[in-house]
Design a protein around this ligand. Sequence first.
Ligand SMILES: *[C@@H]1O[C@H](CO)[C@@H](O)[C@H](O)[C@H]1NC(C)=O
Ligand SMILES: *[C@@H]1O[C@H](CO)[C@@H](O)[C@H](O)[C@H]1NC(C)=O
Ligand SMILES: *[C@@H]1O[C@H](CO)[C@@H](O)[C@H](O)[C@H]1NC(C)=O
Length: 265
Amino acid sequence: MFRRNMLCSSLFVLTFLGFLSFFASSQVADDVECLRGIKATLSDPEASLATWRFGNTTPGFICNFEGVTCWNSSENRVLDLELQSFKLSGRIPESLKYCGKSLQRLSLSNNSLSSEIPIEICTWLPFLVSVDFSRNRLSGAIPPSFSNCSYLNELVLSDNELSGAIPTEFGSLKRLKKLSVANNRLSGMVPASLSGFGEEDFKGNKGLCGSPLESMCGGMSKKKRVAVIVAAGVGGALVSLLLSLGFYWWCSKITTNNKIETNSK
Ligand SMILES: *[C@@H]1O[C@H](CO)[C@@H](O)[C@H](O)[C@H]1NC(C)=O
Ligand SMILES: *[C@@H]1O[C@H](CO)[C@@H](O)[C@H](O)[C@H]1NC(C)=O
Ligand SMILES: *[C@@H]1O[C@H](CO)[C@@H](O)[C@H](O)[C@H]1NC(C)=O
């Protein structure tokens, strides 16, 4: 009886420990899976991701990878992923979603990525504070769902091939301090909620109009309007100059005529 109890409780403890370790390892495996998927998805002709080796699985082993910063160097939880100028090409990897619990900063700037921006980006990575996708070949529309990344402070999408309008939903990004969509193929009106950003954040998009840009939507640009006002002013001045000269000439003719008349009397 006593021995059977012992056996039962040890079996229970063992299986429970097994369950716990499985749970713990699946937690940790997420961020490893994330990076493994990124490496598998992107084309890396210059071997910029050569330090990303997945043989070793000690806690924190991914924290030594080039471009990876962890919350704590002895835990596999990625805080920042900074892969700028790595000469990577391909699409924005879906496996980023496995970094969703931990990732706050993501830079893929200055590579050759050529996909659309996945509309699920903020479902995958809800805690993003900073996103930099600048200097790539990303095309398609800017997903309105960016507004679901409610912690977003910085969103840099400049120098791509993005088209369509800037989503009005961006107005709900209350923490947004830095924004650039310069040098894309965007069109339509800059949402009024973004008119506080600089002109340089929107420049280089032929179809884009509205404050803070010079081109007014459905009307003349600021420069053109100034030119029209100046032209109208100059024209008006010329007309009044001609009129006054005409009057002067007319009046002086009358007075000379009068003088001639009085003299001849
Ligand atoms: C980092 O993680 C290790 C292991 O989980 C822990 O012992 C340590 O206290 C953590 N350090 C910090 C600064 O959180
Ligand atoms: C972009 O990456 C290239 C290498 O691919 C590098 O020479 C260049 O300096 C980078 N530009 C910026 C602005 O980081
Ligand atoms: C934000 O997320 C919710 C829930 O996932 C979704 O229903 C909504 O459409 C998203 N907002 C935008 C602008 O996509």
